[in-house]
Write a protein that binds this ligand. Structure first.
Ligand SMILES: Cc1ncc(COP(=O)(O)O)c(C=O)c1O
Length: 439
């Protein structure tokens, strides 16, 4: 046992010593096929030469200059690139080091926005059940992940939560997709009327549900109605795209495929691609403009805000996505991955649903397909799936911490995924499921 306070001190971890492309290698020389980019991070795969060059150039020139004294060229470049993709003139990006910080920044923006506008009572943050927005006290308060909340429950805020749009479990047999989408979205209106919109600052949602629900896409029309309600009752709409953004679903932002524009969108994970710890909070013009006015400074800041080398890596990632036309690859390989999962695992007795978008895909496991009965031991099973997969040399991202729905495996491979990698994964997954479910 070393001196590191490991993520889980009861667990024995292999030592990762080298990585390239789709693989990580441990100190014993064993190769692991990285089918989840760790936790949806390594979107370009490991050791991408373009990003390494961008990073080395910046570190060789100027690694860091504190944001209280300077701006720097990499953060200016990356903010411009994100602004163009965001699609609204005047949007501005605040750079931090991780997803929790990006969402914390978004919440602080929302609170201060309303305070400046003379509505200081607007403090509640509405979120959705089975969501995850981070591990700081504010972002965990705004998360609907029971397993992660439970150990901290005595210090968390208990803000209102609505059910997610999750057709596999919540759409009734007697309603169409469109009817269900409206019913699911209207839960927001009911909650606002109950709480009083004058007490609510924002709704925070993952555009595509990530690790807590497992790649759940909203029913068509849901986000249109959500946007309408946020506008009508004057609350900000924060899209958490820390997992599903940066091209993961086939468009740079996942909301582009849902036909709405959030007031604030957050990115992390894939934005730094694992090369640097980078996150972004992008605010619409109306918000940025308010903080640009005399007397309205945004009261926030961390030491590594807008870190030059970190932003250089982010700019390298965004450039590479464009240069190698990786959004097209995400769509193409995403369909292929989905088809192969369906072909191989559709008839497995414990496979309830196979779903997702682009290269964010998941399998949800159940006790029986017909009744969709959730597995009773989700967290333990998720751990077993992770450990068994590691033994087979496969990195994937199992989750199972939400009572009332099944355990799942999330796949979020690098955008350089080939058909051969999919073949390798299917073969391994076959054996892993046989072993874990004993069929
Ligand atoms: C949707 C979403 N939001 C926020 C976070 C928190 O990001 P981080 O772990 O970088 O703080 C995560 C992390 O998994 C996430 O998936």
């Amino acid at each position: 046992m070393g001196a590191v306070f490991l993520r889980d001190l009861r667990h024995e971890y292999p030592v990762a010593v080298r990585a390239t492309g789709m693989h990580i290698y441990d100190s014993a020389g064993k190769a692991y096929l990285d089918m989840s980019g760790g936790a949806t991070v390594s979107c370009l795969g490991h050791q991408h030469p373009d990003v390494i060059e961008a990073l080395q150039d910046q570190i060789g020139t100027m690694a860091f200059a504190h944001s209280a004294f300077f701006t720097n060229l990499p953060q200016e470049k990356l903010a411009d690139a994100l602004s163009v993709r965001f699609g609204e003139e005047g949007a501005k990006t605040y750079f931090t080091s991780g997803g929790s910080e990006a969402n914390e920044t978004a919440l602080k923006m929302a609170w201060q926005y309303w305070r400046i506008l003379g509505q200081p009572r607007k403090t509640k943050i509405i979120s959705r059940e089975h969501s995850y927005h981070g591990n700081t006290l504010a972002t965990l308060s705004a998360s609907g992940n029971p397993a992660r909340r439970a150990p901290m429950s005595q210090v968390l805020e208990d803000w209102p939560r609505i059910d997610p749009c999750y057709a596999y479990r919540y759409q009734r047999d007697d309603e169409s997709e469109a009817e269900y989408a409206i019913r699911a979205a209207n839960a927001l209106e009911a909650t606002l009327l109950r709480e009083g919109p004058e007490t609510v600052a924002a709704l925070i949602v993952e555009t595509v549900g990530g690790a807590s629900l497992g790649a759940v896409t909203a029913s068509a029309g849901y986000f249109h109605r959500i946007r309408e309600i946020c506008d009508q009752y004057e609350i900000l709409l924060i899209a958490d795209e820390i997992m599903c953004g940066t091209g993961r679903t086939g468009t740079f932002f996942a909301y582009e495929q849902e036909g709405f524009l959030p007031d604030i969108v957050t990115l992390a994970k894939g934005l730094g691609g694992g090369y640097q710890p980078l996150a972004a909070t992008i605010a619409r013009h109306k918000i940025a403009q308010l903080f640009a006015a005399e007397g309205n400074a945004f009261d926030h800041g961390h030491t590594y805000v807008g870190h030059a080398s970190t932003c250089a890596a982010g700019a390298g990632v965004v450039d590479a996505i464009e240069k190698y036309q990786l959004l097209g690859a995400v769509i193409h390989q995403g369909h292929l991955l989905h088809d192969r999962l369906v072909e191989h695992f559709r008839d497995h007795p414990n496979v309830g649903d196979i779903r997702g978008r682009g290269l964010l895909r998941a399998i949800e496991f159940v006790v029986d397909k017909h009744h969709k009965t959730p597995l009773p031991n989700g967290p333990a099973l998720a751990r077993q799936l992770r450990d068994t997969a590691m033994r087979y040399g496969l990195i994937c991202y199992p989750g199972g911490g939400s009572p009332g729905h099944g355990c799942h495996i999330l796949f979020a491979p690098p955008f350089i995924l080939t058909d051969t990698h999919i073949d390798e994964m299917i073969t391994k997954l076959d054996s892993i499921l046989d072993e874990v479910f004993d069929v």
